[in-house]
Design a protein around this ligand. Sequence first.
Ligand code: 5GP
Ligand code: ZN
Length: 134
Amino acid sequence: MIPFFIQKLFFYTWWKGKMKMCGCIFCKMAAHEMPANIFYEDDQCMVFEDINPQAPVHLLVIPKKHITSLNDAEEEDCNLLGHLLGVVARVAKEKKIDGSGYRTVINTNAEAGQTVFHLHIHVLGGRRLGWPPG
Ligand code: 5GP
Ligand code: ZN
């Protein structure tokens, strides 16, 4: 028999996770509860077009698991993070921007301009991109 306080702890952790996901638009997209122009999908991630593209190719690669930002990725997420990068390279090739070049961006928290608090990788390409970024 699991002690009551352990049960409560499990319930609290589960509930916190659910609550976090409730208002998250990218969780909703990953669950097909909100429309998206999906370019690629597998059991761990989804790739869709950014609603406000900043380049001829502007895709967002997201994990299906809710991770608020790169700051919140844990040791157990390392394989998932590697998988996301592999998918970036794959979609860049499919979009034929691998040769000309593309930029991958992960904005983390306010000063970097993160506006959606579900980890995502921007994939930008199809035009010359300036450096340094603004
Ligand atoms: P961030 O500023 O957090 O790095 O990037 C969030 C990105 O998500 C922005 O480029 C924004 O245009 C995109 N975005 C925000 N809401 C939606 C949405 O409902 N659908 C899609 N496809 N992209 C979105
Ligand atoms: Zn989410």
